[in-house]
Design a protein around this ligand. Structure first.
Ligand code: GUN
Ligand code: ZN
Length: 440
């Protein structure tokens, strides 16, 4: 029996039933399915059954795909308005576009305006959970925190730490980064659905003292995350070798500073050897795979086969990052379309079920949130996205020729966009809809 304030959604359910333990991903498809929601949580998800929604308003969304809200494990809200900036690879792109853009975020009002645009783009693209970089300015974190709370979103946020190799006005120090980050952890971590990530930008912009300060802070707050970039671009890797000659590899810089732990979320992880990959997996650290950004900045072709690792203690945690603004789309499913193309270029496979997994339960697992989100299971948050394969003439014609919903999902990863996100629910609240939904 459902609660009086419950709502229900009828359509085709698509999710992944279990966290991978070395086996290939598999999907669950319920052709005529129902999700019942009460007090922000899923109370039922399974085959349509009229008795299950006796006391709930029921939205009839047959013909559409109902998925868990999508998870973006690496993105930069301050880079929203500089997306698609022409012509450079990573280090020049940072100098020419990123640092000047991020310089404006000391201003809370400016940061709030951009945060609102960013969060609304996330929601319009079906993303309900994201790990987000701020800028070096604490005000940027306050801005994204307020906007995230307003929408009830699950956001992991952090102030960038950088004390060298960047413009003077963007520099903090080891000490100020420690103090400011600590204040922000105490202000925002575990407030509503926010989590905090200690955020040294990447090894070249942090002194050894600052990396040590990040580790010391993490010791004090062991349940926060740490997010950074590693082994993204060849010129960057060469620079790190010069800056840290004692380290065996780029990843080893972080390991030597005690920053490789569970809840470390590492963007890119392209230029790595098998010792690095073993170290990542053994540490139970997370890979944030950012295929659209990797192509856009000419960074390289991620090796998905090599990343699929297990150690006696754990399965490699891996999620998908849009990495806006180096990434060129806010859409997690469109970004998975790019992952599919990279797999093709490398002669590897990335199945539709695996793409679904990375977008949902795999992303949740990569952020240690698999008990709360990532699949359509009673007791989890009702973060839900509804995709409409018939939203455009081309996708509709394609959908009509698909044999099953998983094939429709795959086609949307290749040719879909925000027009195909017909509804986004966050904690059971309708946060976005392209049209009125009919209620029965
Ligand atoms: N490495 C250091 N900073 C950045 C950034 O903002 N974007 C990307 N893609 N890589 C980085
Ligand atoms: Zn990034």
């Amino acid at each position: 029996m459902s609660a009086v304030n419950a709502i229900a959604i009828r359509g085709t359910l698509l999710d992944c039933p279990a966290v991978l333990a070395g086996a290939p991903a598999s999907a669950r498809v319920v052709d005529d399915g129902l999700v019942v929601i009460a007090d922000g949580l899923i109370t039922y998800a399974g085959a349509y059954d009229v008795r299950r929604h006796a006391h709930a308003r029921c939205m009839d969304l047959r013909g559409k795909l109902i998925l868990p809200g999508l998870v973006d494990v690496h993105t930069h809200f301050a880079q929203t308005e500089m997306i698609a900036a022409y012509g450079e690879q990573l280090l020049d792109w940072l100098e020419k576009y990123t640092f000047p853009t991020e310089s404006e975020f000391a201003d809370f009002d400016h940061a709030t305006r951009v945060a609102k645009l960013f969060v609304s783009e996330l929601i319009r693209n079906g993303t309900t959970t994201a790990a987000v970089y701020g800028t070096v300015h604490p005000a940027s974190v306050d801005a994204i925190a307020h906007v995230g709370i307003e929408q009830g979103m699950q956001l992991i946020i952090g102030k960038v730490m950088m004390d060298r190799n960047c413009p003077q006005q963007l520099r903090d120090t080891a000490e100020s980064a420690y103090v400011e980050s600590k204040v922000l952890i105490e202000r925002w971590h575990h407030v509503e659905r926010l989590g905090y990530a200690i955020t040294p930008r990447f090894a070249p912009t942090s002194s050894e003292a600052q990396l040590d300060a990040a580790a010391a802070l993490w010791d004090e707050f062991p349940d926060v995350y740490l997010q950074t970039h590693v082994a993204e671009n060849e010129a960057e890797v060469r620079w790190v070798r010069e800056l840290f000659p004692q380290a065996r590899s780029y990843l080893d810089v972080y390991a030597r500073h005690n920053l490789l732990r569970p809840r470390t979320v590492l963007g890119h992880c392209i230029h790595m050897d098998s010792r690095d990959r073993d170290a990542l997996c053994n540490a139970d650290a997370t890979i944030a795979y950012c295929p659209s950004s990797n192509s856009f900045l000419g960074s390289g072709l991620f090796d998905l086969d090599a990343a699929r690792r297990t150690s006696p203690a754990s399965v490699q945690r891996l999620g998908i990052g849009t990495d806006v603004g180096a990434g060129t789309s806010f859409s997690v499913f469109r970004t998975l379309g790019e992952a599919y193309k990279v797999a093709q270029l490398r002669g590897q496979s990335c199945t539709p079920a695996e793409m679904l997994y990375h977008a949902t339960l795999g992303g949740a697992h990569s952020l240690h949130l698999e008990d709360k989100i990532g699949s359509l299971v009673a007791g989890k948050y009702a973060d839900i996205v509804v995709l409409d394969p018939h939203a455009t003439p081309l996708s509709s014609a394609r959908a009509a020729r698909c044999d099953d919903p998983l094939e429709q999902w795959f086609a949307l990863c290749m040719i879909g966009d925000d027009r195909h996100v017909s509804e986004t629910y966050i904690r059971g609240q309708l946060a976005h809809a392209t049209a009125d939904v009919s209620v029965s």
